[in-house]
Design a protein around this ligand. Structure first.
Ligand code: MG
Length: 232
């Protein structure tokens, strides 16, 4: 399929844009990838371990990404969890690249929360079914504004999340098993990564249940902060 001029579409294509710190421009969202079990302490609390040989990924749709300060509490769950994560934004196409070539494709970073319907995910795990409905629902990926850091590899920095002022997750990006450049390289072996693609890089331990009216604050050193409320 070739790209067509806008006038040929049967309805207007929707391109979602993310705000960038200090800029009026928006970052157009492409594909959204998330890595599972990238911090040993979180893998352990989930009853598993980090696979040092191969990371595993799932996707969220672009509609999952939100920068709303008030997010409607999701339906169809009795056990919604927070997962604070460093999010990486890509600015150029790459395919089958080595980790040493990955950083040149980085546009910037943001603080993100991978909201997860843990009850639905547990059922999916037990039955061997996909995680889509537990991970890819509307507004399941709140993120901060993008901190532009073109070509820069981020390998350390405090990462934390509070619920109603209480610290629930606190770690350092140093504890990521698969580093940002290794994740980009790995994905690029399977999929041609494009400008606009996004990678959620996994969460440290301390995930917990969220309730209506909870206020979530997340922060990553030198990247930024994110706060939102789950409204009833
Ligand atoms: Mg996650």
């Amino acid at each position: 399929m070739t790209e067509q001029s806008k006038s040929r579409f049967v309805f207007k294509p929707i391109v979602r844009g993310i705000a960038i710190k200090g800029s009026e421009e928006l970052f157009p969202i492409g594909k959204v990838y998330c890595v599972g079990k990238n911090y040993a302490d979180h893998a352990k609390e989930m009853g598993g371990s980090v696979d040092k040989d191969q990371p595993f990924f799932f996707s969220k749709p672009p509609q999952a990404i939100t920068q709303l300060a008030k997010i409607p509490f999701p339906t169809q769950t009795e056990n919604l969890h927070h997962e604070v994560e460093l999010v990486v934004f890509l600015k150029s196409e790459c395919s089958n690249i080595s980790p040493s070539k990955a950083s040149q494709h980085i546009f910037g970073y943001a603080v993100g929360v991978d909201l997860t319907k843990r009850d639905l995910q547990d059922i999916a795990k037990k039955t061997g079914r996909p995680w889509e409905l537990s991970k890819g629902f509307d507004n399941s990926a709140p993120i901060s504004k993008i901190h532009k850091k073109e070509g820069q590899l981020i390998e350390h920095g405090e990462i934390s999340l509070k619920v109603n002022g209480e610290v629930k997750q606190s770690s350092n990006l140093l504890n990521m098993s698969w580093k940002v450049n290794e994740l980009i390289s790995w994905l690029s072996k399977f999929i041609t990564l494009k400008p606009g693609d996004i990678i959620f890089t996994g969460t440290p331990a301390g995930v917990s249940k969220l309730n209506q009216n909870d206020e979530i604050e997340a922060e990553i050193e030198n990247i930024g902060s994110l706060s939102f409320k789950l409204i009833g």
